[in-house]
Ligand binder design. Structure first.
Ligand SMILES: C[S@@+](CC[C@H](N)C(=O)[O-])C[C@H]1O[C@@H](n2cnc3c(N)ncnc32)[C@H](O)[C@@H]1O
Length: 363
């Protein structure tokens, strides 16, 4: 299998492509990406025969910023007959191992949304035929390979495999969350998704404790602050804009009407979160200052990427942060992700390496 199918947010195909080509080369797999703008997917064609599987084994899918989901596939199939799609797929499964489940997905794009219904409808008859042919276990088994069918457009379908331990557990790689009605803005879902994505359950228990102190920079109207207060953290929210009245009435929040770039906490806090939509270079300098001066222990923040050179901008910001921490002789754990609830921005999580090891029981 030398075709790697990668799903991403529509409009971010270039970033997804550049990232996978660069990361694959580091692990010794070479190839070239193919993509169309706004399609929501990238095909990475590997030179090595089993290159796509090797990439999935050698790169932790969680460490990719712009890829939501992936699968190692055979060359894409075209000219799918309308009258016998199930039979057509069965013909192309020679040499596939027995799988524990079958996923049929479209991209998260305009074209993809028109194919969702077809994908959903096809699952039951295809699963039945696959079971009969012995390609699928009688009962769902999430320890075995996932048979993955990516229906990317009317005439292009990818068939492949994804080891469930090496791919996203969420359909389309999208963590769908329910909006909490009491939260003052939809932005609240960004911080919730960040915590759920970056932190394991054990890490959440250790790092999101009632009574912790937090600062929210660029907080108005209070979606992120709501998440902090909802976990009973005493929160200082810095923004010249107004905060939600009901949130303020809860008694957990102090509103500082000021500039997030000049605000200095009286004492170090457990969490600093920042959703200020400013130039990424300015924001990363601010974040580096907070981390290296020990003003916060853990942080989640957003970097708004420009329309051009988004990947380069991300890399430059990462370098500033890494260099700043190295100069301060601080070992840090850094993760970055283009979350589902992000749009033109990406989200980073940073904490001290020793804290990361402790909360995750790593030696
Ligand atoms: C995307 S909104 C934040 C939304 C918020 N996280 C929520 O969940 O409701 C960005 C906010 O950053 C604030 N902002 C922009 N520049 C700022 C600065 N220099 N200092 C503090 N806040 C700033 C804006 O007033 C705006 O409210």
């Amino acid at each position: 299998m030398n075709h790697l199918l990668l799903l991403c947010r529509a409009g971010f195909e270039r970033e997804c492509a550049v990232e996978i080509q660069e990361r694959a080369a580091v692990v010794g797999v070479y190839g070239f990406p193919r993509f169309k703008g706004e399609s929501g997917y990238v095909e990475f064609v590997c030179q090595q025969a089993n290159g796509a599987v090797q990439i999935m084994q050698r790169i932790d899918w969680r460490s990719l910023v712009f890829t939501r989901q992936w699968a190692a596939c055979i060359a894409p199939l075209t000219d799918i007959p309308r009258n016998d799609r199930v039979g057509f797929f069965l013909q192309h499964l020679d040499g596939f191992p027995q799988c524990g489940e079958v996923w049929i997905e479209a991209a998260d794009s305009e074209v993809g949304s028109g194919l969702q219904g077809l994908c959903r409808k096809l699952v039951p008859p295809l699963a039945a035929a696959l079971r009969k042919a012995g390609v699928l276990t009688a009962k769902r088994d999430t320890q075995l390979e996932r048979l993955y069918i990516g229906w990317m457009n009317e005439s292009q379908v990818f068939i492949g495999l994804a080891d469930p331990h090496l791919a996203s557990p969420w359909p389309q790689g999208v963590m769908r969350l329910k909006f909490p009605p009491a939260a003052p803005s939809r932005s609240t879902l960004k911080l919730e998704e960040a915590w759920l994505f970056f932190l394991s359950e054990e890490a959440r228990t250790a790092m999101l404790k009632p009574g912790m102190k937090a600062v929210d920079l660029g907080a108005s109207p209070g979606g992120w602050t709501w998440q902090l207060a909802n976990r009973y953290m005493k929160t200082t929210s810095v923004d010249n804009g107004p905060m939600d009245d009901a949130l303020m009435a809860g008694g957990m929040v102090t509103h500082v009407e000021g500039d997030g770039f000049t605000y200095v906490p009286e004492r170090p806090v457990d969490w600093m979160v920042c959703d200020i939509a400013d130039k990424p270079a300015r924001v990363i300098d601010l974040m580096t200052k907070w981390i290296t001066r020990g003003w916060c222990r853990y942080t989640v923040f957003n970097l708004k990427l420009p329309m051009q050179k988004r990947y380069t901008t991300y890399q430059q910001c990462l370098e500033v942060l890494q260099t700043g921490c190295a100069e301060a002789e601080l070992n840090v754990h850094i993760e970055a992700r283009h979350l589902y609830h992000d749009r033109e921005e990406i989200t980073l999580f940073v904490c001290r390496d020793e804290d990361w090891r402790r909360v995750n029981g790593l030696s």
